[in-house]
Design a protein around this ligand. Structure first.
Ligand code: AMP
Length: 357
């Protein structure tokens, strides 16, 4: 695909969650259509998509029919089965590309890639068994965090090791899956950069946001982040470095730890990111539009920040506060159209906006 998408063209999105929903809204605002592919029935993105395919990622006929009806394929989550991508790739361009996905699907591939670029991460070591964990602990020390290399998100598949006695329990929590041991970073803050790269190589980064997690789940993102001008520049340069190295097209999220020694990369997400939701009220062009523009082969937009924003996730029963939030001024409410709230389930978010000072 070399020509920019024309009005009415169709973007195929793998995954139908809230990120797909907000991408579909952005696409429709730009006169483009979205076809969502999602195994679960009634996905949040389905309410606002032009078309929805409900089928498994192993359904070859459904994947072929989906590809035949779209101009380009993108995704809203990174753990898409490889076989599905192998097939889709022969039929339509996938943006961002397979390498970006492969790197972010596996923590060891991700850290090796980042370190190979000269970017700092927490100290880490691959762990396959009890002997491997003992050896890793001997070099990395305690406290440390053991994480499954694949399929971890929102703090799932992680176990803290405060003392060597915690090691057997942490290993058992990995349920036999390959793991990586990370040294515990005594960070001053967590920040993230949401950045985009266009098909022509143009790069645009949003202002870094400062993130607060609770129980491994993002609770709030605040812009501006409390970062020195030097670290703010570093954060943006790190994101640009990653985007260029991956020949990336689309929006990428980079999570960083702020330490006295500088910024460490925690992880990268090859997609729009929860910590970029503030851009919906903080910028003329938000992360969702930026991703659609990139994937469509259009020029990137101006993502300058013109407001101070605090984004707060509405998790589980937090949605009960919506009637009160509706009366608050300076608040934009985003609800994902999900069914019953469950603990840990992201139901929506709010952006509290103040004009930029
Ligand atoms: P992750 O799924 O790797 O993004 O981890 C979820 C959250 O756990 C992060 O946002 C941090 O708050 C915390 N965390 C993860 N890894 C580390 C680490 N090596 N040191 C300290 N905190 C961590």
């Amino acid at each position: 695909m070399t020509e920019p998408l024309a009005p009415g063209a169709v973007i195929g999105i793998l995954g139908g969650g809230q990120l797909g929903r907000m991408l579909a809204v952005a696409a429709s605002r730009l006169g483009l259509r979205v076809h969502v592919f999602e195994p679960a029935p009634n996905p949040p993105a389905g309410d606002v998509a032009h078309q929805v395919t409900t089928a498994g990622y192993d359904d070859e006929a459904a994947l072929r029919a989906f590809a035949a009806g779209v101009d380009v394929v993108t995704f809203e989550f990174e753990n898409i089965p490889t076989a599905a991508l192998d097939l889709l790739e022969t039929l339509r361009p996938i943006r961002p590309n397979r390498r970006a996905l492969a790197v972010s699907q596996d923590r060891i591939a991700e850290k090796s890639f980042l370190n190979g670029l000269g970017l700092a991460t927490a100290p880490w070591a691959a762990v396959d068994d009890a002997a491997g964990l003992e050896a890793a602990l001997a070099t990395i020390g305690c406290p440390a965090i053991l994480k499954t290399t694949r399929l971890g998100y929102d703090g799932k598949g992680q176990a803290r090791i405060m003392a060597p006695a915690d090691a057997p329990g942490a290993l058992a929590a990995m349920q036999g899956q390959p793991a990586v041991l990370e040294g515990f970073v005594a960070f001053g803050a967590e920040v993230s950069v949401i950045a985009a790269r266009g098909a022509d190589g143009q790069v645009a980064a949003f202002d870094p946001g400062e993130n607060v997690h609770e129980g491994g789940i993002l609770r709030t993102t605040t812009v501006p982040a409390r970062l020195s001008p030097g670290l703010r520049t570093d954060a943006v340069l790190i994101a640009a470095r990653i985007l260029n190295a991956l020949d990336y097209v689309g929006v990428l999220g980079v999570e960083l730890f702020v330490t006295p020694q500088g910024l460490l990369v925690n992880e990268i997400a090859p997609r729009v990111h929860n910590s970029g939701h503030w851009t919906q009220q903080g910028c003329a062009v938000d992360q969702f539009e930026q991703h659609v523009r990139a994937v469509a082969g259009w020029p990137l937009g101006d993502g300058s920040r013109y407001a101070d924003v605090v984004m707060e996730n509405l998790i589980g029963d937090d949605v009960d506060r919506v009637p009160l939030l509706l009366r608050e001024s300076g608040v934009a409410i985003h609800l994902y159209g999900k069914g019953a709230p469950r603990p840990g389930r992201k139901m929506g978010h709010v952006n509290r906006v103040k004009p930029r000072v």
